[in-house]
Each structure stands twice: as structure tokens, then as C-alpha cells.
Design a protein around this ligand. Sequence first.
Ligand code: PAF
Length: 279
Amino acid sequence: MEVFKTVAGYRTWRNSLPANRTVGFAPTMGALHAGHMRLVEVARKLADETVVSIFVNPLQFGPAEDFSRYPRPFETDSALCRAAGVSAIFAPEPGDFYPSDFSTHCDVDGLDQHLCGASRPDHFRGVCTVVLKLFNIIQPQVACFGQKDIQQALILRRMVEDLSLNLDFQIVETVRESSGLAMSSRNAYLSDDEKMRATAIYKGLTQAKAAWAQGEKDATVLKRIIRASIDAAQPTRVDYVEAVSQARLAPIDRVEGPSVLAAAVYFGKTRLIDNLLLN
Ligand code: PAF
């Protein structure tokens, strides 16, 4: 497995691949878990070479967020990648990736108004900018993103469509702990008690989805079901519990077309997100 810290080093390797060899890409911020490894698995299935980027992107963190304390266990991450058959890791230094005169950003209008976009104003601009730059460097034919970050995935898919990027964009189902808790690098911040209480998010989403499957289409009722489960677990704060359309990511009153039930909840200082798709 190759490890590249510079764009030039990666490009030399990429250019040395035979023209017909395809690259599958799993972009990450490291602290890899089973959810990331599922992205790697899908990328490996769909392409000849698999590239993982590990880069904690400063552009997508707000001033009061966890950029400096975000876990960076590079040795463990690279061992996991090697064991999973990854061809190359791209792990640039922030100063090289974003030189001091870096001035270009990518915005996808509209889809970032609700859900996480409402409380994290420049977050998706930072995500789109880094992912577009990574796509230009990595040159993948396939790119894999997790459904857990559904707003991110749908915004990036729109960016790929709008800018006619020539790649197969895959949204990969959320991987969960046996308790139902969605895998996240931020789960490492939770105490055992918080981790147990946080399972109420998925429980509430599942109960609401079951009610929807039985005919309940009123978004207020479905949100109330999710909220009851979360409130019973005494969260520190609920950022949102929402029902949105998949097309516009905007709140809906009736859950009838392709939709998303989503929640963002703090346990202690840790903000957790999860969602279920209703198709
Ligand atoms: O989902 C993530 O880990 C990040 O948002 C991503 C896509 C790697 C961009 O920094």
C-alpha cells in the first residue's frame, strides 16, 4: 500500500496506472471505523484500485467545533487500510493542501438551508470545496459516501451532476453498532452511559418509519414519535428532528414521496446525527 502526503507524489502514481485501470475513492477524515471500511469494500468491488483520503478538513468546522480535538490515529488507520486491500492513502498536510492564498470555494445553493446546514452555516461549502479538490487530485471513476451523512451525500451528488463530473457516485448504507447506534468517529467522545442513551435516536427513527409503513403520513406525528424516544433518553440538547423531501431537503408536512427522517442530538458535548430513508 502506498501512502502519499503530497499532490505531486499521488499524481505520479496515478499517472503510472494503465489507462484502463479504474480508481474507487473513499474520502475520510480518518479515525476509521466499520462504516468507512464498508465504503472501502464497495469501492474495491466497483473499481480496480482503491484510494482512501485521510484529511481533517479545517474548512468544514465552525469556530466552536471540534477541529483541534478531532481524533487523528494515523497508524491505526493505515493498518486498517492495508488489511482491507487499499491501494493508496492520500493524507496531505493542511498547509500544503490549502496554501495561505487559497481563495476558491464551491457552494451548492439551496440544499444546505435545513437540517445540519441550519446550525453549521459554512459546513457544506467546506465539504464541497474539499471533495471537489480531492476529486481533481484523486481522479476516481467511483466515489463512495455514507448514508449517515445524508445531507452531505445528497449535496455532493448534486454537485457531481451540476458540474458534470465523470464519476459513479455511490451512497452506501449506514453501518450500525449492535445497539443500533450509527457508526461515527465522534462516538469515541461518548461515555458508556451516553453511548447507551444515544441508541434512542435510531430507536425513535425506526419507530417512526414503522408507523409510516403502517400508513401514518403526517410529518408532525412521525416527528413526535422520534422526539419521544430521544427525550426519554435525556439528551443534552436536540438540534433537530425533521422530515424532509429527498429532492429539496426541505421540511414537509406529509411524508408521501421519497423522504428522509433525520435527527441531530447532543449527548454531552458530542453532536450525533442519524437518518432513515423513506422511499
Ligand atoms: O464525511 C466526511 O468524513 C467528510 O465530510 C469528507 C467527505 C471526507 C470531507 O472532508
